[in-house]
Design a protein around this ligand. Structure first.
Ligand SMILES: Cc1cc2nc3c(=O)[nH]c(=O)nc-3n(C[C@H](O)[C@H](O)[C@H](O)COP(=O)(O)OP(=O)(O)OC[C@H]3O[C@@H](n4cnc5c(N)ncnc54)[C@H](O)[C@@H]3O)c2cc1C
Length: 279
């Protein structure tokens, strides 16, 4: 197998074009686990570990730009992410273990497109966009359009996920992430919830909710979001949306949890939003 270590984006794209059967590898924490489990060996692996242009966090005017090859450890330590995107920061705190976070990248988590990927519900509610590179240039799309099915994205051969940009949320927002797993640490989520509520004059002026691990991809619930509008963020308000959440989620039973447990937890997690402070 041919293993390539490009150092620039151009070299990485050239390598992908010259090797149509190539697979991109960032941290390898999904790719190598799948290989060990028997997935077929690609003819060529294009490693991103030296491509500095797609690593790190930058501040644009009103957006935060995160290079696809930024590790979860770097993301967790980043001050702008902690201050402006506490939702994403919290998701990283509960992601895997320090050793895995040192290798795993945000781009790898997105491209794996697992229903349980911890970065995805926060990126959906934050309205993130992806930047896709190819030798023909750059294209952009929303994260929701990028994830097309479980394990599938809009990337076509020869393309690379280059970065994710996230609009900085307005102030007076409640940003909340919670993940329920089989144990407190190093657990794949059984249900997760990312929420962003904008509060104006004591009532909810905008609500965005997204759940992980309760459907083939991230699940939104426009009905619950609409029910929250104009109401005070009290326990009574969040109890009202339980039924619409239970209807919206489409979980499966697997070794981690049953359908009914996931439905109930998806609705219960919303109750945690009562009494949260705004930033
Ligand atoms: C012990 C363990 C615990 C874990 N715990 C969690 C957890 O708590 N939460 C969670 O969400 N996940 C978890 N994972 C899964 C995994 O760590 C993450 O999905 C991780 O973010 C993948 O990133 P990576 O850089 O290692 O990707 P890789 O394994 O390198 O790549 C994954 C896929 O993305 C593609 N890819 C990667 N980067 C790009 C790019 N820039 N452009 C195009 N394609 C690209 C690769 O071709 C491959 O198909 C865990 C894994 C392990 C082994």
């Amino acid at each position: 197998m041919n293993i390539l270590f490009p150092v620039t984006v151009e070299e990485a794209l050239d390598s992908l074009q010259a090797n149509p059967d190539a697979k991109v590898m960032a941290g390898g924490t999904d790719l190598l686990v799948k290989r060990r489990a028997g997935s077929p060996a690609p003819g060529c692996i294009v490693c991103l570990e030296k491509v500095a242009d797609i690593m790190g966090v930058g501040i644009l005017e009103d957006r935060i730009r995160i290079g696809a090859a930024t590790t979860m450890t770097a993301l967790l330590k980043n001050e702008a992410v902690r201050e402006e995107l506490p939702l994403l920061h919290s998701a990283m705190k509960f992601f895997a273990s320090p050793l895995v976070r040192n290798m795993a990248t945000l781009g790898g988590n997105i491209c794996t497109a697992s229903p349980a990927a911890d970065s995805l519900p926060p990126l959906y509610v934050l309205g993130a966009e992806v930047e896709i590179y190819s030798s023909a240039g750059k294209r952009h799309m929303s994260i929701a359009d990028f994830i097309t099915a479980p394990g599938r994205t809009a990337l076509v051969p020869g393309e690379l996920l280059g970065a994710v940009t996230v609009p900085v949320p307005l102030k007076n927002c409640i940003q909340h992430f919670e993940k329920v797993g089989r144990r407190k640490a190093l657990a794949i989520s059984v249900v997760s919830l990312a929420a962003l509520l904008r509060i104006e004059e004591g009532v909810i002026a905008e609500a965005r909710l997204a759940w992980g691990s309760v459907g083939p991809t991230v699940v939104r619930c426009p009905e619950a979001e609409a029910l929250l509008m104009g109401r005070e963020p009290t326990m009574e308000t969040f109890i009202r949306v339980g039924e619409s959440v239970r209807r919206a989620v489409r979980p499966i039973s697997d070794i981690r949890a049953s359908v009914e447990y996931r439905r109930q937890v998806a609705a219960n997690l919303v109750l945690r939003l009562a009494g949260q402070g705004t930033d």
